[in-house]
Design a protein around this ligand. Sequence first.
Ligand code: PLP
Length: 379
Amino acid sequence: MKRREWIKNAALIGGSLSMSSALRGMPTVAPLGTATPSDSSHGYINLSINENQWGPSPKARSAMVEAVSYAYEYPAVPYRKLRDEIAKHEGVAPSQVLIGAGSSDFLKAGSYVFGGKGGSIVAADPTFNDLMQWAEPNGAKLFRIPWNDAHSPDLPALQSAIRPDTGLVYVCNPENPAGTLLDTAALKAFCEETSEKCPVFVDEAYIDFAGDADALTMMGLVRDGLPIIVSRTFSKAYGLGGMRVGYAVTTPELAEKMKSAYVHGVVCGASHVSIEGARAAYADKKWLAHVVQETAKVRQDFTAFCESIGQSYIPSHTTFVLMPVKQDSKMLADTLFKATNVKISPRFIHNQNYLRISLGSPAQMQRLQTGMKLLLAST
Ligand SMILES: Cc1ncc(COP(=O)(O)O)c(C=O)c1O
């Protein structure tokens, strides 16, 4: 079937791919107190950037609504409260916690502080690109080390790539875009050894989806005083991507260094309202567990679907699934988008085409799956 014909056919099955009111231009938001995923306001279903379709906890929504009345206040007080709450949970001093407008702030700061002035940065290839992307214009030399056969950062190879001028090693765990999780003991040993030579930045954006975050995290090494920077975000499991709150936990010395690069100075770039939302979300472990559980169900259903159509995939510990495809992945993603209004992320990694699909609500996944089934069978 030609691509144009396929798009026509897919459009004809529009009944089964029925549009929500949001997609017809009437954004709706799950009312406060409900546990249903929100509709998208994009005008299309975005399964390309790992947004959490369940959105923030009802308690976080209420906290943000309430905080709007105090939007005239600078965020210093909520900042200190959230910082202290995180410090208490992680067993570190408040001076070891930095809060930013998303964890991207720390990826940027890390690239500037540790990769600037011609230093080098070592990371897996591919990996989440923010830190490397910011490092390059700062004049850092980048050493990108291909994944191992398990689609994971190759820890021994990363270690071998360290040179006298290496300012930082970046490890994303779970890894984006593969969704793989490193063995905790192996990563811990890697961090211990590597941090004798240079700081290690461990990006744990998706760790809540991978199991018991407190057991999987490298925060313990920070408590031990090693030069490790662990970043976390409220954008993923807490469903606050649009509010821009993230944090980093590190040694007091490295925290000071990171602050020196921090574009917004001493107080962070996150707003009063967004920090109050993050505080309520951080306290609401019940909602977090609910979202993680629902996401695991969707992941399970989606991978079962992949198996049913003979589509291979990389087992994921996150909110997205990476799958190798035979066809040109950009063509597949464009065609799917035109026909179904579902956006996914095409990738080309080490001469292999892949699609990375963020896990949405069951209804969104149904729409995607109907389109995928037709598309993969017809191209
Ligand atoms: C691995 C990883 N780290 C960090 C981020 C940045 O997230 P934010 O700046 O919203 O905290 C993302 C966003 O997709 C990500 O995938």
